[in-house]
Ligand binder design. Sequence first.
Ligand code: FSX
Ligand code: SF4
Ligand code: SF4
Length: 317
Amino acid sequence: MKEKQKLLNKQIKSSISRRTFLKAFSGTIAGIGISQMFNPALVAALKKGLENHPVLWIQGQSCTGCSVSLLNSVNPDIKQILINIISLQFHPTLMTSEGETALKNLYKIAEEYKGKFSLVVEGAIPMASNGKYCICGELDHKEITMLDMTKDLGEKAGSVLAVGTCAAYGGIPAARGNETGAAGVNTVFKISGIKTPVVNIPGCPPHPDWIVGSLAHLLTIGLPEVDGNGRPILFFGENIHENCPYLEYFEKDIYSKKFTDKKGCRMELGCSGPDTSADCFKRKWNNNMNWCVENAICIGCVEPGFPDESSPFYQSK
Ligand code: FSX
Ligand code: SF4
Ligand code: SF4
């Protein structure tokens, strides 16, 4: 990390070429310390975004865990995020405004910043029965469903971030049974012929760094490079199992039989690490405190098949 910080400091002193900035910035947010990216060069670049690039955050079928995860961001904390990184103009859980006033304002901003604003979608979108399973509010006595909102605002947005596995691929609301026809943003766009680019930030919930880092990337450099599942390679480009500290046990065929066995690979307890790509093994959670495999197993929460393909979680596959 020290080398990366040195590189960033050096680039701030000299005039920054786009390529140098891009390399240093991407390298930094791909590393473990997202706070390292808050250097003067980045803050200056983000200021431009604050003026011209509002972020509108809408919520469908979700547990609000994605928003809670963002609120749990430690460095930067939520205050820094809202002051320095994103111009968050609409968020149903965080804002005080509500009802028709709030909805009118939402649509007004979307119209004013057409093609420029970013839409963050949290939660799945129920498509059955014309979207009636999730009504977000009323405008002129007409119910506005999450499906209407995703289509109307998605069409006008410059980019969409599908935050959380529910918004990205359907997630828990789309699990077996799926009475509500829950789906992710890409499915809704495909059916509706909407061409706005979508970046998936899965995770149930996603790590705050994945949300903040992707937004910062979007606002300074542009859309991040994504993998075959639409996820930023910066955060989802490495396989959990191949980088797991327990890999040496796996290679020696030493397996944990219970969660308290610290010396053994967790595969026989149901670990989905081999089928999962995310950087949890190095970024860790709760302010770099620990991560799933250290306490239990990876349940593959960032993968499109979650939860059906990894459930029941605690059973050897
Ligand atoms: Fe889904 Fe977000 Fe899972 Fe919850 O709100 S990704 S259920 S942790 O958090 O939408
Ligand atoms: Fe792979 Fe999971 Fe075993 Fe780690 S604990 S080596 S991720 S199977
Ligand atoms: Fe999700 Fe696995 Fe990362 Fe845990 S370790 S957050 S289950 S991808």
